[in-house]
Write a protein that binds this ligand. Structure first.
Ligand SMILES: Nc1ncnc2c1ncn2[C@@H]1O[C@H](COP(=O)(O)OP(=O)(O)OP(=O)(O)O)[C@@H](O)[C@H]1O
Length: 358
């Protein structure tokens, strides 16, 4: 296992990049701790694969360095980096049995026979493949084959890191949560440095101790799942994490009052932010509905969606959508007014957090 340092790392696919916009990966500085479980989370095209390929050695960055345990590996080939990778689709040998597939990465590295048997047995048990262990991979389901792929990544005990690139894409939805939880357990048991690439927030938040959120080539926040929820550093994080995401409303600010259109919202504390490109962010969990006439902000209700234990109330405030998350069965007044918990109102300037809820 190793720590991984990204030292002023950036990448452009263009031969002569001139502006920030030319970089598929904008400058990032970060130290990923030895034995940590990290997720790279972001929408399609945000630069996740570019970063993963730099770590694995498939791509040499146009700027900066990458270090494993302080040793510069920027120009080392993938096979010289001693990492394991699990891809979206199973990479296994159909003609080999499950056991033979799992043993293969160890045989390649001339691991002693007894150790191989021990590790393979351990993987078979961990991945619940006991009843299939001596069958050829050819006849197995896509789920089972991908489990073997995961096992082939995890079976090596001496790797610097294990990289997972959307490994649950082919897995059946009902199996996904099982494998997600399993991977988390495996990380606890095995203690490898693990980096998991996904565009699915549930996968990222379940698996990782720290989530690296990427947007348009930029790392916009690195934090624990709680930090991303409580204190989104960028409006994109607020919008992308949470279901539904944070409400983001363009506003002006004077003193302790934010104004959305002609609606004044009391921030309780004066905000340090002023000028243009300001936005108010509040999560639906901290929006309540009251009857009009009390102190709330009158709104139009567009829709109510029941999602099990909660209901999402979709409202419209002066042309801007605002969602409120209410408990199942909680009463929704016919003439509704919104109330924002002032302690949970964040203020953003140019999409970046400048003031978190008091
Ligand atoms: N080989 C390449 N040559 C030129 N541009 C590329 C190349 N690979 C990726 N890009 C561009 O770099 C940006 C980041 O792509 P990347 O594949 O890293 O994103 P991603 O977050 O992994 O997306 P996805 O989830 O769709 O794989 C995109 O704009 C993409 O079009």
């Amino acid at each position: 296992m190793a720590s991984i340092t990204l030292d002023r790392l950036a990448h452009s696919y263009l031969p002569n990049p001139t502006s920030d916009a030319d970089f598929a990966l904008k400058e990032i500085n970060y130290n990923w701790e030895d034995g940590g479980a990290y997720a790279l989370l972001g929408p399609s095209g945000c630069g996740k694969t570019t970063l993963l390929n730099i770590i694995s050695g498939l791509l040499v960055p146009s700027k900066g360095h990458i270090k494993f345990d302080g040793k510069d590996v920027t120009h080392l080939q993938p096979e010289e980096r001693n990492i394991a990778q699990v891809f979206q689709f199973p990479v296994i040998y159909d003609t080999m049995t499950v056991r033979e597939n799992l043993a293969f990465p160890l045989i390649n590295r001339r691991v002693p026979r007894e150790t191989i048997t021990e590790r393979v047995n351990e993987m078979v048990e961990i991945l619940d493949l006991g009843d299939k262990a001596d069958r050829k991979a050819r006849g197995l389901t896509a789920d089972e084959k991908q489990k073997i792929s995961l096992g082939r990544g995890l079976v090596r005990y001496d790797v610097n890191a294990i990289l997972f690139d959307e490994p649950l894409t082919v897995i059946d939805p009902h199996m996904k949560w099982q494998l997600r939880t399993k991977l988390k357990d495996l990380h606890r048991q095995l203690g490898h440095t693990m980096i998991y690439v996904t565009h699915d927030q549930t996968e990222a938040l379940t698996f990782a101790d720290k989530v690296v959120v990427m947007y348009a080539g930029e790392v916009v926040q690195i934090g624990t799942p709680e930090e991303l929820f409580e204190e989104p550093a960028h409006t994109f994080v607020g919008y992308f994490i949470g279901s539904p995401g944070m409400n983001v409303l363009p506003c002006n600010i004077t003193g302790r009052t934010a104004t959305v259109g002609s609606t004044a919202i009391d921030l309780v504390q004066p905000s340090p932010a002023s000028g243009e490109n300001l936005e108010l962010g509040i999560r639906p969990e901290f929006v309540t509905l009251t009857a009009r006439g009390s102190e709330g902000i009158p709104v139009r209700i567009d829709a109510v969606e029941n999602i099990g234990r909660f209901q999402i109330v979709r409202t419209n405030l002066e042309g801007h959508p605002v969602n409120a998350l209410l408990q199942e069965g909680e009463e929704i007044p016919a003439d509704a007014a919104l109330r924002f918990d002032p302690a949970r109102i964040n203020i953003y300037k140019n999409s970046h957090l400048v003031r978190r809820g008091a």
